[in-house]
Write a protein of this length. Structure first.
Length: 445
């Protein structure tokens, strides 16, 4: 690989991987899934999945990327050729590239809505704020043109950043965006914990009702663990290729996972205290939590309209730092193979993701009555990617690194103590693959 693409210093990789990880998954999905799936019960299963599936898979993914020093597809190709493996493993690279495009297609629609909300706090008029908010969101969803405008803007900015390159585009953007993101999330969390129902939130998120742990909750928690850590599809593998050789993989992954989990919990402590403090609102409303309930809650708080805008700036920044990582694996491959320049490659991929995203835009309006197994287009793509493609990618990564790479080669690259290294091996070879298979088995039965 061109040495100039390797990020300087240890922090750029940490911030980039944390940027890929922290996104709509933490701020939009985690709180509403926790709300729908019984609070503490969901949080416990989710944390276990992060620890026993997420941690080993993220280490293995970075290992492949840094070993190959190429796009995920070609890094896997290098492993295949160096270790004389079957070409079947290439499926891993392609599955990831495709999953990235599919996720970006809907991610950008939701991120676009969030960006538009920066400018739309509830006005202080005679109107009932809850009714106003529900109507505003429903009007928004019913106007495809407005949604397409914001969707296009978001994909455009994503392609611009990725098109500028690994160091000048992604590296620079991440170094600016991530500190702002951490600052905003802390400020917002303090604001809402002080003004809202902190204690109620604490018991909601950490007081588990074990009767609520159903197989469905376990599958959702696993899907969310993969989604939130951006593992199983090559984003982290692509970034691994830009990681300095002397950086410690094990320690770095611990920091990234810690930051991602911290932001998810801080997002919970930003959203629930203000939702709980408003008796008209419910925490169990699902996807609308962020776009319907939260604006109402902000409306009734001191300086609420300012904090409303700050909150949606935070969501947009988090989404952007993730969306660049969704399109990077495929872009890197196109550039490497010299099929097109990086800029042209990312524009073509952006257009494809944009077109698929129209399906998500139309899911709530002109295609609302078309359903597959009771799900609209958006739900099909979301479930296909985070509950099927990402776990399948994760399973293949475990099997490839766990069984096809000699332990001694792994240990040389992954700086874990002997005990930790043994635990890592057991998780990679048995715990993670068996859990994913069991969960798949249940879902298909
Ligand atoms: N981790 C991101 C989030 O939580 O919003 C979403 C994501 C980014 C998933 C990159 C997968 C990925 F490869």
């Amino acid at each position: 690989m061109d040495q100039s693409k390797i990020w300087k210093g240890n922090w750029t990789f940490v911030l980039a991987a944390a940027g890929a990880a922290v996104g709509l998954g933490n701020i939009w999905k985690f709180p509403y899934l926790a709300g729908e799936s019984g609070g503490g019960a969901f949080v416990i299963v989710y944390l276990l999945c992060i620890l026993f599936l997420g941690l080993p898979i993220m280490i293995a993914e970075i290992y492949i990327g840094r070993y190959g020093r190429k796009s995920p597809i070609n890094s896997v190709r290098k492993i295949i050729s160096d270790y004389g493996l079957n070409k079947f493993w290439l499926i891993l690279g392609w599955l990831g590239a495709l999953a990235g495009l599919l996720i970006l297609s809907y991610y950008s629609v939701i991120a676009g809505i969030a960006a538009s909300y920066i400018f739309s706090s509830i006005p202080h008029t005679e109107l009932n704020p809850a009714e106003y908010s529900v109507e505003y969101y429903s009007n928004f969803k019913n106007s495809p043109l407005l949604m397409i405008f914001w969707h296009s803007l978001f994909i455009g900015v994503t392609c611009y950043v990725v098109g500028k390159g690994v160091v000048d585009g992604i590296g620079k953007a991440i170094n600016i965006l991530m500190p702002i993101l951490f600052f905003l999330v802390i400020v917002l969390c303090i604001y809402s914990s002080l003004t809202g129902e902190f204690i109620k939130t604490l018991s909601f998120l950490f007081n588990p009702d074990f009767s609520k742990i159903t197989p469905g909750v376990v599958i959702t928690a696993m899907g969310q663990a993969f989604f939130t850590l951006s593992i199983g599809m090559g984003s982290i593998m692509a970034y691994g290729a830009y990681m300095p050789q002397e950086q410690m993989i094990g320690k770095t992954v611990l920091i990234v996972i810690f930051l991602d989990t911290l932001v998810a919990l801080l997002a919970g402590f930003t959203i629930f205290p203000i939702v709980f403090s408003n008796p008209e609102l419910s925490a169990f409303v699902g996807k609308g939590l962020l776009f319907e309930s939260l604006p109402v809650a902000f409306h009734s708080m001191p300086l609420g309209s300012i904090f409303h805008s700050v909150f949606f700036i935070l969501v947009s920044i988090a989404a952007l730092s993730s969306s660049v990582s969704l399109i990077e694996p495929f872009t890197a491959w196109i550039e490497e193979e010299r099929i097109f320049s990086r800029l042209n490659g990312v524009i073509i991929l952006g257009v494809i993701a944009w077109l698929i995203g129209l399906g998500t835009v139309f899911s709530d309006n002109i295609w609302a009555e078309y359903e597959i197994y009771g799900m609209n287009f958006f739900e099909v793509i979301a479930i296909l990617t985070d509950q099927f493609m990402l776990p399948l990618g994760g399973l293949l990564i475990c099997l490839l690194v766990g069984f096809c790479i000699p332990k001694i080669d792994l240990e040389r690259e992954i700086d874990l103590s002997r005990n930790l290294s043994n635990i890592f091996n057991i998780c990679l070879k048995f715990v993670a693959p068996v859990s994913v298979l069991l969960i798949f088995g249940y879902a298909l039965s």
